[in-house]
Design a protein around this ligand. Structure first.
Ligand SMILES: *Cc1c(COP(=O)(O)O)cnc(C)c1O
Length: 386
């Protein structure tokens, strides 16, 4: 990476840590055995996979037997929702929110086409789901509730413990897409009454293409694939051993550094918000306190987020407009629409997501760099009158 790059797009992906790469390398070289093989090189690799499973379980307050490695957050979400539905057999009702990641929303929409019914709960103007709405939405047919831990665009944290308690008392399974929370917020699957949880290594300085599904013991779920029976038959296929080992190290580091990292990022976040609010006609989206330590989502009135992004990119600052997955489309972000932003304001939004490498000085530089970018764009904006 260039020295001058200021990377503030950690919700899209994070750089992998050197300590993580280091533990992965032997598994690309001499430790190439198949963990299912019974010979010594196979057994040694099996031990490394199981060690990663233990580290993952420890970070979540789960048992190792409840952790299943997958290819990432998207696959974990698909296995959770579709796997539970498959096992159930009969069609039924799903409750989710209107601001989930596409890896939940589009699964639910696809399942609707197959005959399932889905309630997409609204959120308030700060992006919070009301637990009372969850309770009211439960019917005799409801078999799963899926609510994300924290939103990837606006950072808002959901009342997961409250929803978990409701799900438990009503006998409905509860899945949580915790991809953005791991490494930023404490997550304990028992305290939260979670039956299923998805995580992804590349969002906490681990490798891409690997994640995990936590499945509480005895949670009824049928695998989507058939094959060699790996990962307790839940996700067969020869394990991506280097990536799994990397995930284990990354989540171990993330868990041990969590309080100090969250504290540091929160301070940077507040500094960035303060600096941005000096500019006229800027709104901060999402909840003011109940938000990811690393997230700042801001709307710059009268101009396009995409133009700001490109202006910043020219100066070596990497941010995101809308969500990375939906950029390229002209539709406003479904999350910003759900919190009540009009199209114009939504299109003027930028997400800054902070991470390990960011410093106070970078935050200050970004504030200084963005001011003239916004000013120049507003001068050209037909809707802006200073
Ligand atoms: C990134 C992300 C995903 C997708 O994870 P992948 O590992 O990239 O498939 C799912 N949900 C949320 C909230 C995310 O931020």
């Amino acid at each position: 990476m260039e020295n001058s790059l200021i990377y503030m797009d950690h919700s899209a992906t994070t750089p992998m840590r050197e300590e993580v790469l280091e533990v992965m390398l032997p598994f690309f070289r001499e430790r190439y055995g198949n963990p299912s093989s019974l010979h010594a090189p196979g057994r040694a690799v099996r031990a490394a996979v199981e060690e990663a499973r233990e580290k993952t379980a420890l970070a979540l307050g789960a048992d190792p037997g409840e952790i299943f490695f997958t290819s990432g957050g998207t696959e974990s979400n698909n296995i959770a929702l579709r796997g539970v539905a498959k096992r159930r057999g009969t069609k039924g009702h799903i409750i989710t929110s209107s601001i989930e990641h596409h890896a939940i929303l589009d699964v639910c929409r696809d399942m609707e086409k197959q005959g399932y019914s889905v309630t997409f709960l609204p959120v308030d103007n700060q992006g919070r789901v009301n637990p009372a709405d969850v309770e009211k939405a439960i019917t005799a047919d409801t078999f799963i509730i899926s609510i994300m831990f924290a939103n990837n665009e606006i950072g808002t944290i959901q009342p997961i413990a409250e929803i978990g308690a409701i799900a438990k008392s009503r006998g409905v399974l509860f899945h949580c897409d915790a991809v953005q929370a791991i490494g930023q917020l404490p997550v304990d699957v028992r305290e939260l009454n979670l039956d299923l949880l998805s995580l992804s290594a590349h969002k906490f300085n681990g490798p891409k293409g690997v994640g995990a599904l936590y499945k509480k013991k005895k949670t009824p779920l049928s695998p989507l694939y058939n094959g060699g029976g790996q990962e307790g038959k839940l996700r067969p296929g020869t394990e991506n051993v280097p990536a799994i080992v990397g995930l284990g190290r990354a989540i171990e580091l993330a868990a041990s550094e969590l309080p100090s990292k969250a504290d540091r990022l929160t301070k940077l976040r507040e500094r960035l918000i303060e600096g941005l609010l000096v500019i006229d006609d800027v709104l901060i989206n999402g909840h003011r306190e109940l938000r990811l330590p690393n997230n700042v989502n801001a709307s710059f009135k009268y101009i396009e987020g995409e133009s700001i992004l490109l202006g910043l990119d020219l100066q070596g600052v990497a941010v995101s407009s809308g969500s990375a997955c939906s950029s390229g489309s002209l539709d406003p972000s479904h999350v910003l629409s759900a919190i009540g932003l009009d199209h114009a304001t939504s299109h003027g939004s930028i997400r800054f997501s902070l991470g390990l490498g960011n410093s106070e000085s970078e935050v200050d530089q970004v504030i200084e760099i963005i001011k003239p970018v916004v000013e120049r764009l507003r001068k050209m904006s037909p809707t802006y009158h200073s």
